[in-house]
Design a binder for this molecule. Structure first.
Ligand code: DPP
Ligand code: ZN
Length: 865
């Protein structure tokens, strides 16, 4: 497979402005008839080349005439028609086999229901078409099927007709008034339970809201519906954006590769991001639903009304929409910890991608398989880039830019440059240097040194930046880094910032050159600087803080992120010290700092829970090269054992104070559950017997999944005596519910026990485990390969071989999922021998597979380069 390059973009030779589809449903032999209105663009005599894969062509007509064989040519991915006029109507009939489609791309069956996934290039598995986002057409879709079997036959837009056919089948016709690229097409047919509601838009239009779930699941649909209404109100309030159709449908399906899909008027969701009630879903699940429902809804403007010119521009809609859903969640919960959780994803996953074999800018320049670029870089770093513009322009300036963007580009397929231009023009702000963020991969490293002069009462900060070479690019330029600054005295009180250099609103300083200096005047004593408040840029920042300074920041800083970051930095310092064998013990003042945090009544529970957490293994892996993983795991173990006795007493009393008599989903109750889980894990470290009793009784007495899963997670992590009976009870209770069993599968995957390999065999044989279901596969496989560090990295290489076997099985079932789950192996360069050598050997073996998918070929190939 050859790479496509951003620089090779060419406008399409033809457009299609109208398509009529008739889809006659049949599990193994669905007939798709399409009528395309095609127009030549510009003066040329090139043929019409349509995309199509795995289609059986039945007939082909142009303007009503059968096309003779010598006038068209098929390959396994195209249909080329030559000698055609400038305006033509093309009729195509193909047949497809949805039942055989395990890739879950195109039209497929999910537990008996038909559904589609067309982004990025799935529509070409439904019919021949110009499958590219810059071809926008009005869709009319007629679905024909047995109404008994499929009471609901849905597509985009409004239902305009329903008729009973002579042969007993029913035809339902949908029309979408908005021109759209085919990746936003959707079809669903099945039998569902329906939750209906309505929303009145700010201009007074009533929108019918419909949520379709598997039979028997209505009691888990309310939260998604609430979240949808909240999203609609939020987009009106914050951006003045109103919904534009009379109906908004969301369908939850069990077999789905990604989180959800924003098809116009007909979102298709992974049921994980719809179904929840307190007894089956955790607080984290509820959060996920709110953010994904919001995300897909916000796409209606940022993605659908204005879409991408080509797939290299994916971040145009994804970075922006993730930023919007993050802001939405922050506004809904009103909590500072959302930001911490978003940053944790960047540090533990995005930094790894940016330093690994698949490193790419948020706008990639070269792609073999587009599905491989739905990444944490395009999405989450993309959102950070949008957030930096928001920081630089301020909320009002950003809003002006958004207004101009829609004014200019509604109904168009555009580029990231168009977005940035709207921001610049609406604010007279030069972002030309800032655009490096779209061109460069890699995590910029900013180093800061300082100097205090008591005589002149000046405090000087010296900055330098550097971005390390990445797999895709050797040379890097300085970029535009907004640093939100603060200075604190030794009691942690904020000092005023007096400087002659320009700072934008909120004390944001722009580092744009390789090195720069900033001088503050009237500073009475050597201050402690906070240099990246709110994580104002997705960078690695280093400044040589003393332990005392970090403790001060963690206790007192007015920015929640900085407090957490200070504690994480301090703990990481000693974890590495122990791993390197430089020290044996964590200094008492560090332990005292943690104890002080646990006892500080002015810290809210949610933040406290995060302050009491050790850095994650993934986060630590991104701080160094050439890591001896077992030494690192041992060091984490050591530090936990050293800290736990000191925290034991406070955590025990906090834990009992935090018990709630009544379950509620408000932010304060969620925060209590989160802190009580942190406490329970420190208790387990200090006293297994006590934790065993607490886990057992929490599991038995609790009526909600959050607490029950907390009990189970801790029993599993510390391999407490109650583990096996709790796991059995959970299985008994939920074995018929795949979505809930995902939690159990995940725990089995990360069980830190010598028996884990035998256990994996038993678990894989369970009837509810299916490799063909992405949620099941991900829960167990990623639970093991991405969370069970001790055994994934087992000395004899058996962990790598286990993953490698699953990847080989998935290669033919579902290439997209295989390509995602192989990620831990592709990080082999991070580790010392023998791990690195064994991991690489597994990759080489996979690379030799015949019938290796394009998806794996690209990723494995790059990781071996
Ligand atoms: N466009 C989708 C989303 O991000 C990806 N499946 O929501
Ligand atoms: Zn999205």
């Amino acid at each position: 497979a050859k790479a496509k390059l951003l620089s090779d973009y060419q406008a399409p030779d033809f457009t299609i402005d109208q398509i009529e589809l008739t889809i006659e449903l049949d599990a193994e032999n669905t007939k798709v008839t399409s009528t395309l209105r095609v127009q030549r663009q510009g003066k040329h005599d090139r043929p019409l080349i349509l995309d199509g894969e795995q289609l059986q062509l039945q007939s082909l007509h142009i303007d009503g005439q059968a096309v003779p064989q010598q006038q068209y040519h098929q390959t396994d991915s195209t249909l080329t028609i030559s000698d055609i006029g400038d305006e033509l109507t093309v009729d195509i009939v193909v047949t497809i086999n949805p039942a055989a489609n395990t890739s879950l791309e195109g039209l497929y069956l999910s537990d008996g229901a038909f559904c589609t996934q067309c982004e990025a290039e799935g529509f070409r598995k439904i019919t021949y078409y110009l499958d590219r986002p810059d071809v926008l057409a009005r869709f009319t879709t007629k679905i024909i099927g047995d109404v008994e079997q499929f009471p609901f036959m849905l597509s985009n837009g409004n239902q305009i007709a329903k008729q009973q056919l002579a042969d007993g089948r029913t035809a339902v016709t949908w029309q979408d008034p908005f021109p759209k690229p085919c990746y936003l097409f959707a079809l669903v047919a099945g039998d569902f339970d329906l939750l209906e509601d309505s929303f009145t838009t700010m201009s007074g239009r009533d929108v019918c809201l419909q949520l379709f779930v598997d039979k028997g699941n209505l009691d888990r649909a309310d939260y998604a519906m609430e979240s949808l209404k909240n999203s609609m109100a939020w987009d009106e309030k914050v951006y003045g954006l109103e919904y534009d159709l009379d109906i908004y449908m969301v369908v939850a399906v069990d077999f789905f590769n990604m989180g959800a899909m924003e098809n116009k008027g007909l979102n298709v969701f992974n049921s994980k991001y719809v179904l929840a009630n307190p007894s089956s879903a955790t607080d984290q699940d509820f959060n996920g639903i709110e953010s994904v429902i919001g995300h897909e809804y916000f796409h209606n403007w940022t993605g659908n009304r204005v879409t991408c010119r080509d797939w290299f521009q994916l971040s145009l809609k994804e970075g922006l929409t993730v930023f919007r859903d993050q802001c939405f969640s922050e506004d809904m919960t009103g909590s500072a910890v959302n930001r911490i959780d978003d940053v944790a994803i960047i540090r533990s996953h995005q930094f790894a991608e940016d330093a690994g074999p698949m490193a790419h800018p948020i706008r990639p320049q070269s792609v073999i398989e587009m599905n491989n670029f739905y990444t944490v870089t395009v999405y989450n770093k993309g959102a950070e880039v949008i957030r930096m513009m928001h920081t630089l322009l301020g909320a009002d300036g950003f809003r002006r830019g958004m207004d101009l963007y829609f004014e200019r580009h509604d109904g168009q397929a555009v580029t990231c440059d168009d977005f940035v231009a709207a921001m610049e023009d609406a604010n007279s702000f030069d972002l030309s240097h800032f655009k490096t963020w779209y061109q460069q991969a890699g995590t910029p490293e900013v180093t800061v040194t300082d100097h205090y002069d008591a005589d002149s009462q000046t405090y000087t900060l010296e900055f330098s930046q550097q971005t390390p070479a990445t797999a895709d690019q050797a040379d890097k330029k300085a970029t535009h880094v907004p640093l939100r600054l603060g200075l604190y005295d030794s009691d942690g009180a904020a000092l005023p910032l007096n400087t002659d250099s320009p700072l934008t609103d909120g004390n944001v300083y722009s580092l744009i050159t390789d090195t720069d200096t900033l001088v503050f005047n009237g500073v009475a004593s050597h201050p402690t600087p906070a240099l990246l408040k709110g994580f104002s840029a997705p960078i690695k920042l280093s400044y040589d803080y003393s332990d005392e300074q970090l403790l001060t920041l963690s206790q007192h800083c007015d920015d929640g992120f900085t407090r957490w970051d200070a504690m994480q930095t301090l703990l990481a310092r000693y974890i590495w010290g122990i791993a390197d064998g430089v020290i044996n013990e964590v200094p008492t003042q560090v332990i005292a700092g943690l104890v002080a945090i646990s006892q500080n009544q002015h810290i809210d529970d949610a933040l406290k829970a995060r302050l009491l957490q050790l850095p994650t293994v993934n986060g630590l892996l991104n701080q160094r090269e050439q890591i001896d993983i077992h030494a690192l795991l041992d060091a984490l173990e050591t530090i936990r054992q050293q800290v736990a006795p000191a925290l034991h007493q406070t955590c025990t009393s906090l834990y009992s104070e935090l018990q709630q008599s009544q379950y509620s989903l408000d932010a304060a109750s969620i925060a209590k559950r989160s802190l009580s889980a942190s406490c329970l894990s420190w208790i387990a470290e200090a006293n297994g017997q006590q934790a065993d009793q607490l886990c057992q009784s929490l599991y038995d007495s609790s009526d909600n999944m959050t607490e029950q899963l907390n009990a189970l997670t801790i029993a599993n992590r510390f391999d407490l005596p109650c583990r096996s009976s709790l796991m059995d009870q959970f299985e008994q209770r939920w074995q018929d519910d795949g979505l809930v069993m995902d939690k159990w599968l995940n725990l089995q995957g990360c069980w830190n026990s010598e028996q884990c390999f035998d256990n994996l065999k038993t678990v894989e044989a369970k009837p509810f485990f299916k490799l063909t279901n992405p949620n099941r596969a991900r829960s167990l496989i990623a639970g093991f390969a991405a969370m069970n560090y001790r055994y994934f990295h087992a000395e004899d290489g058996s962990g790598y071989q286990w993953l490698s076997q699953k990847i080989q099985n998935l290669n033919s079932i579902n290439p997209q999922i295989a390509a995602r789950l192989i990620n831990p192996l592709t990080q082999w360069r991070k580790f010392t021998a023998p791990q690195s050598i064994q991991m690489k050997a597994c990759l080489e073996q996979i690379y030799q597979l015949k019938d290796l998918s394009k998806d794996l070929h690209e990723i494995v190939g790059k990781s071996l380069e």
